[in-house]
Design a protein around this ligand. Structure first.
Ligand code: FES
Length: 207
């Protein structure tokens, strides 16, 4: 008498029992692979683990070391604004999609709201406040004023830092390159014309 296994055979050489055996083997392999992945993930987390409690972090900002006590989850933007009272960089949205929180870290334009403060230890952080010394201001700032490159001014500090970084790297940039290079910053007032004119003038040697 044929057993049910044979009756369920769906084709030559492949029975219902074969199918169940195969499924069990696949499930075991998947479980082993998952376990391996979880162990690897756990090991990775362990290697980079930080205590959730607040801890001392020393940040070099605008040429000075500042030690602040912050939780590892706290962003650089939060520390700059709330612990160091450097309010030039702005928080517009928590994804830093607009560039209003742009600062300079080791010469690069970085969105402070998307960096954890603990990641920035040992780096040189410059905010827009560093571009002024007494009555003397960076030519990007005076260029913004000259070209009337702001309205409400909320995006302006981020734009000024982004422009400074861009011109440092591209001192002879064209208008197209300027537009592309500053494309990560958004101005809701629409002052792009003044900003690009400022950058273009400075790229040509300034006046
Ligand atoms: Fe208002 Fe740019 S000047 S958002």
């Amino acid at each position: 008498m044929r057993d049910r296994d044979d009756q369920d055979r769906s084709g030559p050489g492949f029975s219902r029992r074969d199918f169940l055996r195969g499924s069990a083997a696949a499930a075991t392999a998947t479980a082993m692979a998952t376990q391996g992945t979880e162990e690897t993930a756990a090991a990775n987390v362990k290697a980079n683990v930080f205590a959730a409690a607040a801890q001392n972090v020393t940040l070099n900002v605008n040429g000075k070391d500042h030690t602040v006590k912050v939780e590892p989850r706290v962003t650089l933007l939060h520390v700059l604004r709330n612990d160091l009272n450097l309010t030039g960089c702005k928080e517009v949205d928590e994804r830093s999609a607009d560039g209003a929180d742009t600062v300079m870290i080791d010469g690069k334009a970085v969105l402070a709201g998307s960096r954890l403060a603990i990641e920035c230890e040992g780096k040189k952080i410059l905010t827009v406040e560093s571009l002024r010394s007494g009555e003397k201001v960076d030519e990007v700032i005076s260029g913004f004023v000259k070209h009337d490159a702001m309205q409400c001014g909320f995006c302006t500090p981020g734009f000024v830092v982004a422009t400074r970084v861009f011109l440092n790297k591209n001192p002879k940039a064209s208008l197209a390159e300027i537009r592309k290079g500053l494309g990560g910053n958004i101005c809701r007032c629409g002052t792009y014309q003044g900003i690009t004119q400022c950058a273009l003038e400075l790229a040509k040697g300034g006046k």
